[in-house]
Design a protein around this ligand. Structure first.
Ligand code: SF4
Length: 382
């Protein structure tokens, strides 16, 4: 027996995990049951985490750019969006976009994470030219831009196909895509929290098309609101199925719901124990996705650190200008320094590795840390 465990009900799952066999929906539900000891679920997830990623824990140096918060939709979980005439509504101009790119480069960032609202008075070209402007001025900065929901909005605006839009974005400088907008795929939940925006089949069509074009993407799940364990496992299995087909997802990010200032503010935010269980179950179900990210902005720093022993192998980045979850009451800092994020990783008993957006190792010039170059390839396990 490779994994220390005493729970007889987990024997079948433990055997499958050790043998590298796929877990079923029922396995996922058993692992999600609060009566199943969390530390044993964590030990199973840690076994898989170390088999895939050894002792590495990844981070990157990144900045967020939310070009507008004005949005036609009203997802009930969202505290970020604004109406056009609200005082908090904004849309960045070119000078602000350039200033954000310059700030990122000056601080040694390798990535800009670009998402935002669906502004009904902005044309598709505004979004497209924003990518081009950044890429032209900062060609070394990787632009991780637009969720599937935004691509679907551009489709609506232009009547162009998903593939044409992605080709135009790639030509303008988009390097990869974030995994937002997934929320919970099951219609029982999706129709109650974001009934108007791209449904599950559209979300998957966008990611499938990106993968077929060789564009890597991330994937997410928003949990801890009105969904139950069945909806979460169903969500994970849908992601696993597309990954079987395309192998284009790099990392899964479970996103803990933050209720403040949202239409679901009566719901308590998920506990740290739930956060760790969702992380561990996700690691175990998503046997074909290489990385699991503990997004410290949402989890809080302590839980994110603990998650490195519950399946996670990535802490996201140093992050600057995060608005979406701070608007929803996240009390985490708005950025971590490189020293802070590395110390968190070392304290958790892991080896920090700086990566770029697509998981190449990054090395820095110690005399000038804002200068970076690609390091030796990262060798990843099974
Ligand atoms: S989650 Fe995105 S699409 Fe939904 S209201 Fe917020 S900004 Fe708009």
């Amino acid at each position: 027996m490779l994994i220390q465990s005493t729970s007889p009900s987990l024997k079948n799952i433990r055997d499958k995990v050790e043998a590298g066999k796929r877990l079923s929906l029922d396995d996922g539900l058993l692992l999600s049951d609060e009566k199943t000891p969390l530390h044993e679920v964590g030990a199973l997830a840690n076994f898989v985490r170390e088999r895939k990623n050894g002792n590495y824990a990844y981070y990157n140096i990144n900045t967020h750019l939310n070009a507008t918060n004005i949005c036609v939709y009203r997802c009930t979980f969202c505290a970020f969006r604004s109406d056009l005439r609200e005082a908090k509504g904004y849309a960045m101009d070119d000078a602000q976009v350039i200033a954000r790119g310059q700030e990122a480069v000056d601080n040694g960032c390798t990535e800009l994470h670009i998402v935002g609202g669906l502004h009904h008075q902005r044309k598709y070209e505004w979004y497209l030219e924003l990518v081009r402007l950044l890429h032209t001025n900062f060609p070394d900065l990787h632009l991780k831009a637009w969720t599937a929901v935004e691509i679907n909005w551009f489709e609506f605006l232009t009547k162009k196909s998903v593939r044409t839009i992605l080709e135009e974005m790639r030509e303008a400088g988009m390097g990869s895509m974030p995994g937002g907008g997934a929320e919970i795929f099951h219609p029982e939940v999706r129709s109650r929290i974001c009934e108007h925006k791209a449904d599950a089949s559209k979300w998957f069509e966008v990611h499938r098309t990106a993968h077929q074009m060789g564009v890597k993407t991330n994937c997410t799940m928003l949990y801890g609101h009105i969904e139950n364990a069945y909806h979460r496992i169903d969500h994970l299995i849908r992601l696993r199925e597309l990954q079987d087909e395309t192998n284009g997802f790099q990392v899964f990010i479970p996103l803990a719901f933050h209720p403040e200032n949202t239409g679901l503010s009566h719901i308590k935010k998920p506990s740290s124990l739930m956060d760790l269980r969702v992380m561990a179950v996700s690691r175990l179900m998503l046997d074909n996705i290489p990385h699991m990210k503990a997004y410290w902005i949402m989890l809080g720093i302590g839980t994110a650190q603990a998650a490195l022993a519950y399946g996670a192998d990535d802490l996201d980045g140093t992050v600057r200008h995060e608005l979406i979850y701070h608007d929803a009451g996240a009390t985490t800092p708005e950025l971590l320094t490189v020293d802070q994020i590395r110390r968190l990783i070392v304290e958790a008993g892991r080896e920090p590795v700086e990566r770029d957006t697509v998981y190449n190792r990054i090395e820095r010039d110690p005399a000038n840390p804002s200068k970076w170059f690609l390091g030796e390839p990262i060798t990843v396990g099974a």
